[in-house]
Design a protein around this ligand. Structure first.
Ligand code: WTA
Length: 632
């Protein structure tokens, strides 16, 4: 069953995966249902890059998520949905029901013109229909592009246009805590500039008044009345695109990371089963949103491939109060709980009373994802939530890696707070120095690369293969570069130290500093900005913006409000700066490059040791910035 049961077995499996990767992965892939097996397990070249797993194989991932469970597990709950409002009933959807609802939704997509290969944008709240729509796209061979429903109309528009989507699926609105987000209105705004969109399918969730544009917009419930629930799965090639998911990098606009069917399927299931040490009777809950890769792989695909019960939560951790997560854990008797350090820190700050009202006795495994977990949060999670008896899996991975890469296997690997510990079988990490040489041995530090392909790795960036090559495969000859710094300790355990590029991680959300700068620059009073991350107690990193203004004598309160409004319009509320400092100049080299190292130090409050500033065009700007003048 592809399950590792002891640490010795892990080491054996790992050794096999390195000595004969093709045989190793062929064995794992055997357990899935394929229409045709592969001619070749792996063909690869990191220079292209060109990576093909299970070449020539034919499959549909939804048959593996749904159809193959029907005979023995049709009545098992596949999705257990918990609404935003605790007074509304939760919903259980069995595998049989989910299969039928996915097929019906597939028919709605087809009725509205969807075909194999089309790109379909999903901009939806965390309702069961989001998971169903995701699977429906996969069922008919359309490529889903899920956009997190906290992004602005502009961000949505950019993503729709980049992938030339022809259909968008949304809802009238979404509930998030006390708030209602008017999703359809945001979509309407985006669609003013999206010529490729032909249809907009709308779920009724909040009963907001919305405008329905005739010929373009249709209600999902009315469409569902017009279709049956029989839909044979489209047969896909192993390397056909399964989805595109946009993520930020150090430069330019967010890029569409492309994942394909066969390899992603095998790795999603394998990593899910082993990292969490999943057992058939487990209730598993990942608190992410399906708008992020964590939701794709570990709410939808991984758990459903394994035939698990996956919990989906519509709301936020603080509503109706800071005990909501723990309330849900008790209510649904959660066994495996997977969340982000930022949520742990935020809940820790609300006080222990919210935890102590709950038993939390069903929990067996805890997980962490998205950013480094600091030791204090790790211990709180371990002691107060896990009561010292639940292993914590600190899972390191990325949108680009498709699945968990470095992580303990729950209960098997020994733990070390703030360490992601060891690579999964099939994953060959290495550390490189500034010259690109591999750093061998232990007790070392460097930039984290992966030197051999794994099944769920990025295949390209949508519409721009060169970008994929430049960003990931050019920094170090013959290796995939992650963008993260990493330490390997004396025992060979890995600890991720954070990004070494201009990507910042704010509450587990990834942003390029350039992307936020471009948004702030759109404010009419702003001449130029430089954005850096700084350590933030709850968010992990906060956003610090230095801005040069045409008129520096602004009313600070309204300036902040305006900047926040601008950033919210262009990216979304999650990218609002935490601190803004109005400055007269930015530290630039003679060639005009901003010296972010200096700005980072100042933002961290470490002004005593700014290093060499002699190459600056005008060193006096640093003196001004250092004083903190203009900081709001
Ligand atoms: C960071 C999220 C430390 C890292 C799945 C990576 C982590 C980026 C961890 C990817 C972890 C993710 N420890 N850092 N356990 N997990 N990161 O694409 O910097 O949203 O490069 O994928 O998050 O973020 P992404």
């Amino acid at each position: 069953m592809n399950k590792i049961n002891s640490i010795d077995e892990y080491h054996e499996e790992y050794a096999k995966s390195v000595s004969d990767p093709e045989r190793f992965w062929a064995e794992k892939a055997e357990t899935f249902s394929w229409h045709k097996k592969w001619n070749e397990v792996l063909e690869w070249d990191f220079h292209g890059p060109s990576v093909k797993w299970f070449k020539g194989a034919k499959l549909n991932i939804t048959e593996n998520c749904l159809d193959r469970h029907l005979e023995n597990n049709g009545d098992k709950v596949a999705i257990l949905w918990e609404p935003n409002n605790p007074n509304e009933s939760s919903i259980e959807i069995t595998y049989t029901e989910l299969h039928s609802r996915v097929c019906a939704f597939s028919n709605v997509l087809k009725r509205n013109g969807a075909k194999k290969g089309d790109r379909i944008c999903l901009y939806m709240p965390m309702t069961p229909e989001l998971a169903i729509a995701t699977l429906a796209c996969a069922r008919i061979g359309a490529v889903h592009s899920v956009v997190f429903a906290g992004f602005s109309a502009r961000s949505l528009e950019d993503r729709i246009n980049d992938a030339t989507c022809n259909i968008v699926v949304t809802a009238d609105g979404g509930f998030r805590g006390e708030k209602i987000i008017g999703l359809k209105n945001i979509v309407d705004k985006a669609l003013e500039n999206c010529p490729s969109i032909e249809k907009c399918i709308v779920l009724k969730r909040t009963n907001e008044e919305v405008e329905m544009k005739s010929g373009r917009d249709v209600w999902l419930h009315e469409e569902l009345d017009r279709v049956d629930d029989v839909c044979p799965a489209e047969i896909m090639d192993s390397e056909d695109m399964l989805f595109v998911l946009y993520t930020s990098g150090s430069t330019g606009k967010p890029k569409g990371v492309v994942h394909t069917c066969g390899g992603y399927m095998v790795y999603a299931e394998y990593s899910f089963r082993n990292v969490f040490q999943y057992r058939d009777e487990d209730i598993y809950w990942c608190t992410a949103d399906i708008g992020w890769i964590t939701g794709h792989t570990y709410i939808v695909y991984g758990p459903l491939l394994a035939g698990a019960t996956t919990v989906m939560f519509e709301g936020v951790p603080s509503y109706p109060d800071a005990g909501r997560f723990w309330d849900i854990c008790d209510k649904h008797k959660i066994n495996i709980f997977y969340t982000a350090p930022t949520a742990i820190r935020a809940l820790q700050a609300c006080g222990i009373d919210f935890v102590n009202k709950h038993e939390l006795s069903s929990l067996r495994v805890l997980g962490s994802v998205g950013e480094p977990i600091n030791e204090e949060a790790w211990h709180w999670y371990n002691d107060e939530i896990g009561k010292g008896r639940c292993p914590i899996v600190d899972t390191w991975w990325q949108t680009e890696t498709g699945g968990i890469m470095i992580s303990p296997l729950a209960g098997l690997t020994s733990l070390k707070p703030s360490y992601a510990t060891l690579p999964l079988p099939g994953i060959q990490p290495c550390l490189v120095d500034a010259d690109g040489n591999e750093i061998l041995g232990n007790d070392v530090q460097g930039n984290l690369c992966i030197k051999f392909p794994w099944p769920s790795m990025i295949r390209t960036t949508y519409g721009d293969h060169k970008r994929c090559k430049d960003v990931y495969f050019s920094a170090y000859e013959g290796k995939y570069f992650t963008g993260d710094g990493c330490r390997r300790d004396e025992d060979g355990f890995y600890r991720i130290t954070g990004r070494v590029d201009d990507v910042i991680n704010v509450s587990g959300h990834r942003f390029g500093t350039a992307e936020i700068e471009a948004a702030i620059d759109e404010h009419e009073n702003v001449v130029e900005t430089a954005v850096v991350g700084y350590p933030h107690e709850i968010k992990g990193q906060g956003i610090y913006a230095y801005a040069i203004c045409h008129d520096p004598k602004v009313d600070m309160t309204s300036f902040i409000q305006e900047i926040n409004k601008t950033v919210t319009e262009i990216i979304g509320p999650i990218a609002k700066p935490d601190k803004i400092q109005i400055v007269h100049g930015l530290p630039k080299t003679r060639s005009g490059k901003i010296m972010r190292r200096i700005l980072r130090k100042i933002a961290e409050g470490d002004v005593s040791n700014l290093g060499d500033t002699s190459t600056l065009l005008d060193p006096s700007v640093v003196e001004e910035i250092k004083t903190g003048a203009g900081l709001v």
